[in-house]
Design a protein around this ligand. Structure first.
Ligand code: FES
Ligand SMILES: [Fe+2]
Length: 370
C-alpha cells in the first residue's frame, strides 16, 4: 500500500443512518454520520475490551459500544461510561483513533498517511472524464479475492479480453485473440495514459478495421489510463468506465466500478442510445452488475491464481504492450520509497525518549477512577 494517498473506501450512499463496519487498508473502521450529517471514521475497536463499535448504537453524535456502553465522540474520545454514572470521570487515554475522511464525487475517501494541516492534503485523485462528466453514472462495489496490485494490472491491459472474457460483446470476432496496433503510452505527473486499437488479426490496416461495416470484423479504439495510487479508466467510443481496487488486506481488495451512460449502441456504430425516459441511469446501473456478476467472475477464475500474489518489479516478465503496467509498478515502488524516506526524516527530527513499561495506573487509569 502506498502511504500518503487518498483511497476510495465506500460509496457515499453506503453510510446512511446506522454505523457501518468495514476493513480497508488493513484497518478495521467504523463509519457513521453525526447529527449534522458529517461523516465520522474511527477505529472499529473499543479500547476497553476490543469489541467492534460498529455493532453498537449511535446516540446523536456519539457511538456506543455494545458491550458496556462506553460512548465515543466524533474525535474518538470516550465521553461517557455508564458504569461510572453521569458524573463519573472518564480515565485518560480511553479513546479510539479517528481518521481523516472526505466525501467527493459520490465516494468516501480515506487519507492513508500522516496527519497534516488542512491545506496540506492533496486533491482527491480522479480522472477529468468523471470530474467533468454531466450525464448519469453509477457506482457498484464488491470484495475481490486478490491483491489490489493484481487487480490494477488486469484492468490496465485488455488483450486478455478475447481469452478470459470469451463471449463478451467485444469479442465478437473470434477467438484466437485480438491484436493490438498503434499503441502509445504517455506519463504526466502520476497519470499514465495509453491509446491503441484492439482488432482482428488480418491483412487490413488498423484504421480499416475501425470503419468495418460488419460488427464482427470491427476493431475498437481504446484508451487505458492509470491515476496513482489505484484508479484505472478504460476509454472507448462506446463508454468510459472506471475501476478503483482499494486494498482490504494482502489477499483481498474492495473493487468499485463506475459506468457512465454509453455514448452509442455497442453493435450499431452510428446509433446513439435511444432517449427513453428514465432510461439514463438504468444502463450504467445494469452495466455495473454485468461487470460484477459476469466479467469479474471470469477474471477471478484466472487471476486469483497468479503467483506471486502481490506484484512488484520482478514479479512479471512484461512485453512492450504492458508499458502501462510497467509504469504503474515503477510508480508504486517510487511512491512507497518516498513516503518511507519522509517518515524517516520525521522520526530523526523527533527526540528518542527511552522506553519505559507503562504503569498499572496508565493501563487502567486508576488515578482518574477513584
Ligand atoms: S468493550 Fe466496549 S465498553 Fe466494554
Ligand atoms: Fe478482465
Amino acid at each position: 500500500m502506498i502511504p500518503n494517498q487518498w483511497y476510495a473506501i465506500l460509496r457515499t450512499q453506503d453510510v446512511k443512518k446506522k454505523p457501518v463496519g468495514i476493513k480497508r487498508l488493513e484497518k478495521l473502521l467504523v463509519l457513521y454520520r453525526d447529527t449534522a450529517g458529517e461523516l465520522v471514521c474511527l477505529d472499529d475497536r473499543c479500547p476497553h475490551k476490543g469489541v467492534k463499535l460498529s455493532l453498537g448504537q449511535q446516540h446523536g453524535d456519539l457511538i456506543a459500544c455494545p458491550y458496556h456502553g462506553f460512548q465515543y465522540d466524533q474525535q474518538g474520545d470516550c465521553v461517557h461510561m455508564p458504569v461510572l454514572g453521569q458524573k463519573g470521570n472518564v480515565p485518560k487515554g480511553m479513546c479510539v483513533k479517528s481518521y481523516k475522511v472526505k466525501e467527493e464525487l459520490g465516494l468516501i475517501w480515506f487519507w492513508f498517511g500522516d496527519v497534516r494541516q488542512e491545506h496540506e492534503y492533496p486533491d482527491i485523485p480522479m480522472f477529468k472524464q468523471l470530474k467533468e462528466y454531466k450525464g448519469h453514472y453509477s457506482y457498484y462495489g464488491w470484495d475481490a479475492p486478490i491483491n489490489y496490485t493484481r487487480y490494477v494490472e488486469s484492468v490496465c491491459e485488455i488483450y486478455h479480453i478475447p481469452f478470459v472474457h470469451k463471449g463478451s460483446a467485444i469479442n465478437i470476432w473470434d477467438p484466437k485473440g485480438g491484436r493490438v496496433d498503434n499503441f502509445e503510452c504517455k506519463v504526466e505527473d502520476t497519470l499514465i495514459t495509453s491509446d491503441f486499437i484492439l482488432r482482428p488479426d488480418d491483412d487490413r490496416t488498423a484504421e480499416e478495421t475501425l470503419v468495418a461495416r460488419k460488427p464482427w470484423t470491427r476493431g475498437w479504439r481504446f484508451g487505458i489510463d492509470v491515476q496513482m495510487p489505484n484508479l484505472i479508466l478504460i476509454r472507448s467510443d462506446v463508454f468510459d468506465v472506471i475501476f478503483i481496487p482499494t486494498p482490504i488486506d494482502e489477499n483481498t481488495c474492495w473493487v468499485c466500478v463506475c459506468y457512465q451512460e454509453p455514448k452509442r449502441d455497442l453493435l450499431l456504430p452510428l446509433i446513439k442510445p435511444l432517449p427513453i425516459p428514465f432510461w439514463g441511469p438504468v444502463r450504467p446501473w445494469y452495466m455495473c452488475r454485468i461487470e460484477r456478476f459476469v466479467q469479474q467472475a471470469k477474471d477471478m477464475a484466472v487471476i486469483a491464481h497468479q503467483e506471486p500474489k502481490v506484484s512488484h518489479p520482478k514479479a512479471n516478465r512484461l512485453i512492450p504492450l504492458d508499458k502501462v503496467n510497467a509504469h504503474y509498478i515503477r510508480f508504486r515502488e517510487k511512491l512507497i520509497r518516498e513516503a518511507k524516506e519522509q517518515q524517516q526524516v520525521k522520526e530523526l527530527a523527533k527526540s528518542n525518549p527511552e522506553f519505559a513499561a507503562p504503569t498499572l495506573e496508565q493501563i487502567i487509569g486508576i488515578e482518574e477512577v477513584h
